[in-house]
Design a protein around this ligand. Sequence first.
Ligand code: ADP
Ligand code: ILO
Length: 336
Amino acid sequence: MTNPNPGGASLLAKHLTPAVWEALKDKETRYGVRLIDVVASGLAHPESSIGVYAGDEESYELFAPLLDPIIAKYHGFGPDGRHTSDLDPAHLDAPNPDPEGRYVVSTRIRVARNLCCFPLGPALTRRERRIVEATVVRALASLEGDLSGRYYPLYEMDHATKERLIANHFLFKEGDRFLEAAGLNRDWPDARGIFHNENKTFLVWVNEEDQLRIISMQPGADLEEVFARLARALGELERRLTFARSERLGYLTSCPTNLGTAMRASVHVRLPRLPEEKIKAIAGDHGLQVRGTHGEHSDAEGDVYDVSNKRRLGITEVEAVRQLSAGVRALLAEAS
Ligand code: ADP
Ligand code: ILO
């Protein structure tokens, strides 16, 4: 097969040169992940911004000639970089940027995690996915206090409940075309589900883009409270589960944009007086990205934007939330 570069503006199109294709096309990881699997989503969707998904930890080593330049471009993190983590809430100095609640509707901080010693989602077998689900659900069932909750398997959930949870920003959407092409939606909805505590401030998505998406969220702009809850939950889960992690790349995720902290700290902020271009410019100056009201690939509704840290690797969790805090302050200074 000759180099099937999809064209377009994705990082895949930029970095899948004929030489890279030739060097990697016959390689295969121990879990059977090939170059054609890594690039499948980007080839199917030339409109992708990134275009690649890793099938396992070894993909990041074996396909490094393709993935490293993509990682470098997205995170500003070179091949000699070493990721470090800081989840200590005592190190976070990010007072509520909107104490009167005039602009910030809600705050959400999520991290992605995958279990050590399994392939990542694109290469999981149905049986492995079920083992992952059972392992995660067992760990979640033993959480106590405000972190205790219930697991809701997707196949048991009626349509109306699903729609309501999605509309209220608690549950992942179904049928993402990029995930579909990467093989991440195989056997849907088998072994997928959501765990949450009673007031839905602590939630865990199971077997979507990553095996776990661990989420702390609440109305308002109390970044410190949201971060502290997440850090506490992660501490509890780390005592029960072993997550896939590398010295260099931090926590391992299926999409290279999520490596490192695997953290996306965001606010939903209502900015009726600022043009979208201005919002994007201010956010960009602070290392932040802007999404729509219903997440990635959605539009802003009612002037509510999702503003979050873009970089997740080569930055600590504390730094990522501080970056969000500084950017939100700058936006609110312009908005008032
Ligand atoms: P991810 O957060 O995993 O990168 P998405 O961009 O698809 O993925 O967002 C997932 C969901 O989280 C969407 O419903 C989105 O609207 C919601 N969300 C993101 N940030 C916030 C926030 N600050 N408050 C409430 N919901 C949020
Ligand atoms: N594969 C899609 C999305 C990339 C970034 N978003 C994630 C991780 N959900 C693309 O290349 O546009």
